[in-house]
Design a protein around this ligand. Structure first.
Ligand SMILES: [Zn+2]
Ligand SMILES: [Zn+2]
Length: 254
């Protein structure tokens, strides 16, 4: 069994849990230690049970809580060299470097790092496999590549960035330079891009779809649910939303 839950997702902080019966890993931690523990409690997980924290990249909303959590509970951190060299994790006593996006294992979880176009030093996202089920975590990418499409094709579950609605972004209050960054090829994925990506990878195997990293300024949850569900012919309620404050509770892929 492969299951996933979120402590919260958005530009103010991200952290996702992936678990099997034998392993629990956290992807990113963009919350303070106090906030992380409060949110873990809500998901009925003890920090002592986390086997590893995997970093996607060094932006604050993903990395600010990684060092404190790792040091306090002696949790090993996995990161690309680029993300680690940013220094944003502080001093770590336990860490492993992901070289060349090579696959690795934690317990019975097979983990494949995915290279993504995003404006960080060496950003990566992850594909998890256990019991022949695949779950991809894919936030913070400005565009998608043929390699990403290939990697996602056999997925049973995807947590996918639906950052902004293009009209809301370009007509919204952000300064022009920020609009260019967010909307650019190394920024964040729009609803439209997410839908195009989904349409090129969707199969009958896909059973769990979670929309994440939704902008509070330039998007709205209802719009994401409605437009994504319509585009792939799913009932609207089947598109799960990862919110900033509440994340989402445990979902299993069986
Ligand atoms: Zn982010
Ligand atoms: Zn980022």
């Amino acid at each position: 069994m492969l299951k996933v839950a979120s402590l919260g997702s958005g530009s103010k902080g991200n952290a996702t849990l992936i678990a099997t019966d034998k392993a629990t890993v956290m992807v990113d931690c963009g919350f303070t230690l106090k906030e992380t523990l409060k949110r873990l409690e809500r998901l009925e997980v003890s920090a002592h049970d986390i086997d590893a924290v995997l970093v996607t990249h060094e932006h604050q909303d993903h990395i600010s809580g990684v060092g404190p959590l790792s040091r306090k509970f002696d949790i090993p951190v996995w990161s690309t060299r680029g993300s680690l060299l940013s220094g944003k994790c502080g001093k770590l006593t336990q860490y492993s470097i992901i070289e060349g996006f090579e696959a690795f294992q934690i317990g019975d979880l097979d983990i494949l790092p995915i290279s993504v176009p995003h404006d960080a030093r060496e950003p990566c996202q992850y594909l998890f496999t256990a019991s022949q089920k695949h779950l991809a975590i894919l936030t913070d990418l400005g565009s998608y590549t043929p390699e990403i499409i290939d990697t996602l094709k056999s997925c049973h579950g995807i947590l996918l960035e639906c950052n902004h609605d293009e009209d809301m972004l370009w007509n919204g209050p952000y300064p022009y330079s920020l609009k260019q960054r967010v909307g650019g090829p190394l920024g964040h994925m729009s609803n439209k891009q997410a839908i195009q990506l989904l349409q090129s990878i969707i199969s009958d195997d896909l059973e769990l779809l979670i929309a994440s990293h939704i902008s509070e300024q330039n998007n709205c949850q209802d719009l994401v649910q409605k437009s994504v569900a319509e585009a792939i012919n799913w009932p609207q309620d089947n598109v799960i939303i990862a919110g900033q404050d509440e994340g989402f509770g445990w979902y299993s892929i069986r």
